[in-house]
Design a protein around this ligand. Structure first.
Ligand code: HEM
Ligand SMILES: Nc1nc2c(c(=O)[nH]1)N[C@H]1C(S)=C(S)[C@@H](COP(=O)(O)O)O[C@H]1N2
Ligand SMILES: [Mo]
Length: 384
């Protein structure tokens, strides 16, 4: 989870323009690099893994918490200063794990019942989780070693109910001095959590991998398809109505404001008369769903040349959308030069629908969906 999360952080390219969501002066950002443009499904894979794995791990998290419930509520809270510290570390561990899962899942369900910025909180939560799980494992190493030596690793996990015995009692440990008869074997408990995980996996993964599984991606709010049929019939993140983009804003008067060493205003007809390129590329949303479509448009590299831009220039993209996040995003020089990087005008052989970004939108291989700006108004090439 940490690795795929940090990859998502890097994929935003917070080092460019106004892309940063986590304030740069505060952030602990060990994993920043120029996000690649190949393979085109890279972000679909890393973020699909993050969200699918997160949902799949929920039963495991619950099983783990259930298995230590007596200790979570032990009273008095601490018998010694050392134990007080250990319990504080456990509180951070349980708290950050529950926080990461709760915020991540609600975000992927497009529900924001809080006032803080999800990305910032989830980002710092990840570091709290890493620090507290590292400390927890270090503190528990002696117990882990002892259990391994005396009971083995796999054997207690595969014993049937008749052979299920409690671990030996130790003061401050998990086992009560006077345990009742077991009602479920460890194997049974793991099997139950595993089956629940498998079920969640099957009801989620289709939103990322597509194919027949997409039909049963019932836990994914944008997973299964689109309300529309036809060539524009694939999931919509935010409709034009919600984004307050009107037909009048994108009608015959629309011009692309292109800026480099030259400034140009190009009509959609002008763009359509340029050399068209067509590529199958995914839109891969940070919330986990993705969809691959056949996009046609003008290469960003051709627009850079037309504007007289330097090959090292980055590209600031602005949207006509009057309000909301990501009205301006910045693409790297590498992304601009990528053969498949498009200002898309058409999809699957027809004009983009208004909801999918008519008159023009950004589609770049491996770019997080959130940066595939719809309703583009301006493209400005500039020094990084
Ligand atoms: C211990 C568990 C977890 C860790 C360590 C973790 C870590 C991270 C990190 C570091 C990021 C990058 C934030 C950024 O862009 O700055 C991230 C993003 C994200 N995570 Fe998690 N995460 C965890 C659990 C989850 C779960 C369970 C879900 C939901 C199923 C989830 C959903 C998301 C989403 C949707 C994003 C994208 C946020 C955005 O850019 O809009 N995460 N995660
Ligand atoms: N102007 C604008 N562009 C946008 C968005 C938006 O809200 N406004 N949403 C982004 C997000 S988060 C995603 S996942 C993709 C989704 O593209 P689609 O709605 O065509 O599927 O568009 C991106 N482009
Ligand atoms: Mo998205």
């Amino acid at each position: 989870m940490l690795l795929t999360g940090l990859l998502s952080h890097a994929a935003y390219q917070p080092q460019l323009g106004r892309n940063a969501v986590v304030p740069r002066d505060l952030a602990l950002q060990p994993l920043l690099f120029g996000w690649p443009t190949a393979p085109s499904w890279l972000y679909a894979a890393t973020q699909g893994t993050h969200v699918t794995l997160g949902i799949t791990l929920v039963p495991l998290l619950l099983l783990k918490l259930w298995s230590v419930i007596p200790r979570l509520f032990a009273w008095p809270p601490a018998a010694s200063p050392a134990q007080a510290l250990e319990r504080l570390a456990t509180l951070l561990l349980v708290g950050s794990a529950v926080f990461q899962f709760a915020t991540g899942i609600l975000n992927a369900q497009l529900w924001y019942p809080w006032r803080f910025d999800f990305v910032v909180a989830h980002y710092y939560g990840a570091w709290v989780f890493l620090a507290s799980i590292a400390l927890h494992v270090a503190l528990k190493l002696p117990t882990i070693r002892r259990a391994r030596r005396t009971r083995g690793v796999l054997r207690p996990l595969i014993d049937d109910l008749a052979h299920t015995t409690p671990e030996p009692y130790e003061p401050g440990g998990l086992v009560t001095p006077n345990p009742a008869e077991p009602t479920i074997s460890r194997r049974g408990a793991l099997g139950l959590a595993g089956a629940a995980s498998g079920g969640l996996f099957l009801l989620t993964v289709g939103q990322s991998v597509g194919g027949p599984l997409r039909e049963i991606a019932l836990l994914a709010p944008r997973g299964t398809g689109s309300v529309h049929a036809g060539p524009n019939g694939f999931p919509i993140n935010k409709t034009a109505r919600v984004a307050r983009v009107t037909q009048a804003m994108v009608g015959a008067g629309w011009r692309l404001e292109l800026q480099g060493t030259r400034a140009l205003r190009l009509s959609r007809e002008h763009l359509l008369a340029m050399e068209m390129a067509t590529h199958d590329l995914p839109i891969a949303c940070v919330e986990g769903w993705s969809t691959t479509q056949r996009w046609s448009g003008v290469r960003l590299a051709d627009l850079a040349r037309l504007a007289g831009a330097d090959p090292e220039d980055v590209l600031h993209v602005s949207s006509l959308q009057p309000r909301g996040a990501f009205r301006q995003t910045t693409l790297s020089a590498r992304q601009v030069r990528t053969e498949q990087a498009l200002l898309a005008l058409r999809v699957n052989g027809v004009d983009l629908s208004l909801d999918h970004g008519y008159p023009a939108r950004i589609v770049v291989p491996a770019l997080p969906g959130v940066h595939c700006t719809k309703w583009v108004g301006g493209l400005t090439f500039a020094r990084a």
